[in-house]
Design a protein. Structure first.
Length: 219
């Protein structure tokens, strides 16, 4: 039986619905957040926290990234693999966040032991796309650059973010990004074609991406 498509958009809708529930019933966040100090009592948090968000800005940023980059990746690898890798990279991001807590505490002092948001899974999507579509032009701080350059910048920003007190789960981002890179290399026979403009039947062309944007991103 065929697996329904457009899961990037469906996941985004789920994120929005869950966020509305969080605003209406704060207990939803308390019950389903990933909290390292209560992981044994609430192990489901490693998955459910992916669908929780802390603020309107948080959900808007992640929702936009998931619809845009997630839909492109889903068109390349198919819906089944997309859903599978969304959860895999999201879970790995959560595990890396937990493992990184002692390091964060040693360099920043007392820090929260809980995390929430789809950022880890989204960074996983970005990691996979970096390998499968390294020359895709993206904008970082309004500066256009190839996907592989942006991935290096994201990695550096999150690495140095470890040493700056904030509410950003830098280890989760890094865990999602690098697990996505590994998955991407696995899918692409352990190679990356930086600067190679040759058409690949398994990768969307620029015209196909433009067609997708016109269909899904314009009102």
């Amino acid at each position: 039986m065929p697996f329904d498509d457009h899961w990037a958009i469906k996941f985004t809708v789920i994120l929005v619905v869950v966020f509305i529930l969080q605003m209406m019933f704060p207990v939803v966040t308390d019950l389903f957040v990933l909290d390292a100090s209560e992981l044994l009592e609430r192990p489901w948090g490693i998955i459910t926290a992916i669908f929780l968000h802390a603020s309107l800005e948080h959900i808007l940023f992640n929702g936009f990234a998931l619809v845009l980059f997630g839909s492109i990746l889903e068109s390349i690898i198919g819906s089944r693999k997309f859903v599978l890798y969304f959860f895999i990279t999201g879970i790995i991001a959560g595990v890396i966040f937990i493992l990184g807590i002692p390091i964060i505490q040693s360099v920043q002092g007392a820090t929260p032991t809980s995390a929430l948001g789809a950022s880890g899974a989204i960074f996983g999507i970005l990691g996979i796309l970096t390998v499968l579509r390294p020359n895709l032009v993206v904008y970082l701080a309004f500066i256009p650059m190839p996907m592989w350059v942006a991935a290096i910048m994201w990695a550096f920003l999150d690495f140095f973010g470890i040493f700056i007190p904030s509410n950003v789960a830098n280890f989760a981002h890094l865990g999602g990004l690098f697990s996505g890179l590994l998955i991407g290399f696995y899918l692409n026979d352990w190679k990356i074609n930086i600067g190679n403009k040759k058409s690949d039947p398994n990768v969307l062309s620029e015209s196909e991406i433009s067609k997708w944007e016109k269909e899904w991103m314009q009102p």
